[in-house]
Design a protein around this ligand. Structure first.
Ligand SMILES: C[S@@+](CC[C@H](N)C(=O)[O-])C[C@H]1O[C@@H](n2cnc3c(N)ncnc32)[C@H](O)[C@@H]1O
Length: 433
């Protein structure tokens, strides 16, 4: 636990909140600068924690500082948040949290601010009432931006508080066993032998294994051999619902980084699968995953809307559309999403989703199945999107989802059965004569 670690945490939070970088991009770069696994984990815990509590940290600072630090001093403002987060939410001894944070200010060119930072942190230590937010705005009480709170409240008048609270919890680590390599029972025996606590909580998804504690998955048994992949339990429903059959010609139209592509192939290796994505950088991960899991697909870098560039002229039996979305269902796993995503992003996303859906529909065989999926919990991207599509497409019908009590669309909310928030709709194309 060092001053360097605190300085890295402050710089990482600054890059995300002020510069708009994603935490999954900024954090690994910062972690590379630390040698030990515990330090890397601590850096993650602090950065995730600051993302989860930013409005409360800002509010406390508003009470203790005449004005926030600006311009080139912004990283030092984040250092103060890092210090307060440790004092209030972590089990680090106060004296260590304060002295290491003050020391970190020097490496962030804040020698002249060490007194101020020390003073703010000592006040936080002395005044627990600063953390009474009962009469604060909902944004501060729930640590989410107002527009997300409003949207969730409107869509889920009964459950909005539960959803916002679920977003504050750490997500468990879900694995998916690659049944082409090992059975779930044999894999769990390996975990038990390695003394790794695990459970198999979803009766209809025997390959979904939950680990309570975050770990370096490359050190788990069978990583290099392709025995398993990391994938949330909710996302593991996609390949099941697509239900591809041996011999099918299948399209995974938004495939990168390939989690669902690989699951489809693990269930039905004897299909012809085109895995397409327009992001070449993300497609590199699809190639890596296929290679590690010993699976095969035709991987194509193209925009699904630009058919002339990639389509070989044969309609598909099954299409998976895991469309780009607001990711409002996975805020607990990616706590920075709530700050990076803007209200103005939603309408263009809904338009793109509807274009992709309409276009993909024309590539589906009559009698075929299209699975529409998002990791969003906003109705505009989910149920309303599907209703609008059905009203334009008389040859489309919804297929009831048996694992969801035959509901015609399935919205999983974050935290339900310890899963991420996800949406599924299974669409059948009627055969018209
Ligand atoms: C939710 S992610 C897919 C996750 C993936 N299915 C998995 O399980 O690993 C959405 C993907 O859609 C891709 N995408 C967005 N617009 C696209 C388009 N017009 N054509 C093809 N891919 C697109 C993005 O690059 C992104 O990788």
């Amino acid at each position: 636990m060092s001053a360097q670690l605190r300085a890295l945490a402050a710089e990482t939070c600054f890059l995300v909140i002020d510069q708009g970088k994603s935490l999954s991009e900024a954090l690994p770069k910062a972690q590379q600068k630390l040698a030990s696994a515990p330090d890397k984990a601590l850096l993650q815990e602090i950065c995730f924690g600051v993302m989860r509590t930013l409005p409360q940290l800002e509010t406390v600072c508003q009470h203790l500082m005449s004005k926030p630090l600006i311009k080139q001093l912004r990283p030092l403002q984040f250092l103060i948040y890092v210090g307060i987060y440790q004092l209030k939410f972590m089990r680090i001894p106060d004296h260590a949290a304060i002295s290491e944070t003050v020391e970190a200010a020097r490496s962030l060119k804040g020698q002249s601010l060490t007194k101020l930072i020390n003073g703010v942190l000592r006040n936080v230590q002395r005044q627990p009432a600063l953390f009474d937010f009962a009469s604060a705005s909902l944004a501060v009480q729930y640590n989410h931006p107002g527009w997300i709170i409003d949207a969730i409240k409107q869509a889920y008048p009964e459950q909005w508080q539960t959803i916002l609270q679920a977003n504050q919890h750490k997500a468990p680590l879900w694995l998916r066993v690659n049944q082409q390599q090992i059975s779930p029972a044999a894999f769990m025996a390996e975990l038990t032998a390695a003394d790794i606590a695990h459970s198999q909580p979803l009766s209809y998804l025997p390959v979904a294994i939950k680990l309570e504690q975050a770990r370096d998955v490359t050190l788990l048994p069978g990583y290099a051999e392709g025995w398993f992949s990391v994938q949330d339990g909710a996302a593991q429903h996609a390949a099941l619902l697509l239900d591809s059959q041996p011999g099918d010609v299948v399209l995974d139209a938004c495939c990168a980084p390939g989690g669902k592509t690989c699951h489809i192939l693990e269930l039905t290796p004897d299909i012809t699968l085109t895995a397409l994505d327009r992001d070449e950088k993300r497609l590199a991960r699809v190639h890596d995953n296929l290679a590690r899991l010993s699976l095969q697909a035709r991987v194509v870098a193209a925009d699904v809307l630009d058919t002339a560039n990639w389509w070989q002229g044969e309609q598909f039996d099954r299409i998976l559309l895991d469309v780009p979305c607001s990711a409002t269902g996975v805020i607990r796993r990616h706590p920075d999403i709530r700050w990076l995503r803007k209200k103005s992003d939603i309408t263009p996303l809904v338009t793109l989703q509807s274009e992709i859906l309409l276009h993909a529909w024309s590539l589906l065989k009559p009698g075929g199945t299209l699975l529409y999926a998002t990791c969003s919990i906003l109705p505009s991207e989910n149920s309303e999107q599907i209703q609008a599509f059905l009203s334009q497409q008389p040859d489309a019908i919804l297929h009831p989802i048996s694992i969801a009590n035959n509901a015609t669309t399935w919205q999983i909310l974050p935290g339900e059965q310890d899963l991420d928030g996800f949406f599924f709709a299974v669409l059948h194309k009627k055969i018209t004569t």
